[in-house]
Design a protein around this ligand. Structure first.
Ligand SMILES: [Zn+2]
Length: 388
């Protein structure tokens, strides 16, 4: 078995919605520079994707939507489909850039399905809000859903999708809420307090897929320990019961306390702990198969590069200590791009200790109970039993 696959080409930086848009691809460039500087990618030859062909994108998107995306940059009239809004501005090369992101996640899926690797990562992926016929939340094509759909046709009949972005993974849930073969679990800031306003615990999936949409809605202000407590109170039991043949994760880092778009209070140390937990769960519940995607994250200089370097390192089993110093040339390069203080170490002193659920009261426990009560019985689990 070769080392895990890392999908990357600088062409992925072309997914740039506007000069002032919060989803700035500089975060991807800084991540690759930091991971390289720390030696995380030593000996790894990144795999450069091709744009996904239309018939693959149309696994989850309407042909009329693709036509709108392609024509939008030249159109002299509103094209609809959520395009041309402040969140989803129209940009030249929009179809090509979006198809390349999609192709990256497809390439990662193919590497795993072909048996060449057990794990693959595409930090440019994770565009989880795109809907069948509309752009949404900075996302044009839903690479997560396209990759999952492809995997369903290539030997993976039970797929678990786990979304740790601060926003609800609504586009992926919508794509598979009728499909019992795909378990989607989204852990996010409560929809009463954050766009897109969905992801309530009562959204559990439809028909014979009841129980395969899972939503854990956390109160604003949730910190590392409480986030991890909630995660461990819900996710391992469900994955063990579902027995996925692969774990697909959207690893958005807009849960960070400095993120300008949301109000959870995680740290880089917390993100590192999450990735280690995802790796453990892939090993223990999904036969070691793990497809990791990026996602949101708008603290461009201080958070995303560190957190996704930890993601790359975790996928590659080259874990980076939180006390590790950041290379001077990365600091100098980044300081030249921003006025914000540039970090100097790979952690920030976040406490990732937590008491396991069932051990007494915590402000996050009502959220945990709501989700457990909504879906655990549908998987033969007891929502009130701390052993489940
Ligand atoms: Zn997000």
């Amino acid at each position: 078995m070769t080392p895990p696959a890392v999908v990357w080409t600088p062409e992925l930086l072309g997914y740039r919605l506007s000069d002032t848009h919060p989803l700035d691809p500089i975060r991807l460039d800084l991540t690759m520079r930091l991971a390289t500087g720390l030696g995380v990618l030593d000996g790894i030859e990144p795999l450069a994707p091709e744009p996904a062909p239309d018939d693959q994108i149309e696994r989850v998107h309407e042909p009329s939507y693709l036509a709108a995306v392609k024509s939008a940059p030249e159109a002299h009239f509103p094209v609809g489909h959520g395009l041309g809004t402040p969140d989803n501005p129209i940009f030249f090369g929009m179809h090509e850039a979006s198809a390349l992101v999609c192709g990256g996640s497809l390439l990662a899926a193919r590497e795993i399905a072909g048996g060449r690797v057990n794990r693959a990562v595409n930090i440019a992926g994770g565009l989880h809000h795109a809907m069948a016929s509309a752009a949404a939340g900075f996302c044009v094509y839903n690479d997560c859903a396209v990759a999952i759909s492809w995997l369903l046709d290539h030997g993976f009949d039970r797929i678990a999708y786990l979304d740790t972005d601060v926003h609800h993974g609504d586009g992926v849930q919508a794509a598979f809420q009728h499909d019992p073969r795909v378990l989607t679990i989204s852990i996010h800031q409560h929809p009463m307090t954050l766009w897109p306003g969905t992801g309530w615990p009562g959204e559990v999936g439809e028909g014979d897929a009841a129980g395969t949409s899972v939503n854990l809605a956390l109160p604003p202000g949730t910190r590392d320990g409480a986030w991890l407590r909630a995660f461990h109170a819900v996710v391992p039991s469900l994955l063990t019961a579902f027995r996925p043949s692969i774990l697909v994760t959207q690893c958005g880092v807009d849960t960070h306390y400095e993120d300008p778009l949301a109000e959870l209070n995680l740290t880089v140390d917390g993100h590192r702990a999450i990735y280690r937990a995802l790796r453990e769960l892939a090993e223990t519940t999904a036969g070691g198969k793990w497809l990791a995607l990026g996602g949101g994250g708008y603290s461009l200089f201080r958070t995303v590069p560190r957190s996704w370097t930890h993601l790359l390192a975790t996928v590659l089993d080259r874990d980076v200590d939180v006390d590790r110093s950041i290379p001077a040339d990365w600091i100098a390069h980044t300081a030249g791009l921003t006025g914000v203080p540039v970090p100097t170490t790979m952690g920030e002193g976040g406490s990732v200790e937590f008491e396991s659920w069932g051990s007494g009261g915590d402000p996050v426990d009502p959220a945990v109970m709501e989700t457990r009560r909504a879906v655990f019985p549908l998987h033969g689990l007891d929502p009130d039993d701390p052993r489940d």
